[in-house]
Design a protein around this ligand. Sequence first.
Ligand SMILES: CC(C)(COP(=O)(O)OP(=O)(O)OC[C@H]1O[C@@H](n2cnc3c(N)ncnc32)[C@H](O)[C@@H]1OP(=O)(O)O)[C@@H](O)C(=O)NCCC(=O)NCCS
Length: 162
Amino acid sequence: MSAFGQEQGQEIVELVNGLLDDTTAEPLLSLVVESAGRLVGHILFTQAKLQSDKEVSVRILAPLAVACDFQGTGIGGALIREGLSQLAESGVDLVFVLGHIGYYPKFGFQTAGVLGYEAPHPIPSEKADAWMVQALKAGVIGRIEGKVQCSEVLNQPQHWRE
Ligand SMILES: CC(C)(COP(=O)(O)OP(=O)(O)OC[C@H]1O[C@@H](n2cnc3c(N)ncnc32)[C@H](O)[C@@H]1OP(=O)(O)O)[C@@H](O)C(=O)NCCC(=O)NCCS
């Protein structure tokens, strides 16, 4: 996970390994891109729940990483699009992400807080826009809202500092 630099990279490797072993993160969707036998891109979507009286299927996108020497070549975007397409096919309603506000809106994400979706841990107000959502079905946003509850491994405060 050189994409995140050495220190944060180690934290991300531990997060991914933890999530892959976390039964509360299931069902999960993990997609990779390889080039000449080397893993150069990875995206993970894990199970989440919405504290709401309405039935809704929710996932969180975290993390997404592209190897430094492959960044800016469309791999991140391709992983996001493919992941969202597979999740839509399997009936998922909402996908959340805490990430770069200059990046995720390119792929249809919008600020989640103002739409009534509270993050599992408080996001500092100056970073509030980094908490984003995308609906994969019409008529969900505006009708269903609530606080998002993520898997046990992701539910650690250090993973919620954008
Ligand atoms: C952020 C990251 C996943 C993007 O993946 P990528 O494969 O480099 O991105 P793409 O090639 O699909 O980029 C698509 C567009 O987003 C832009 N972009 C890439 N990273 C961006 C960022 N951090 N902020 C804003 N825009 C960004 C690209 O310039 C490109 O713009 P264009 O379509 O106008 O040319 C990747 O750079 C990465 O792994 N970074 C380090 C780890 C990280 O920050 N992960 C995300 C944690 S939430």
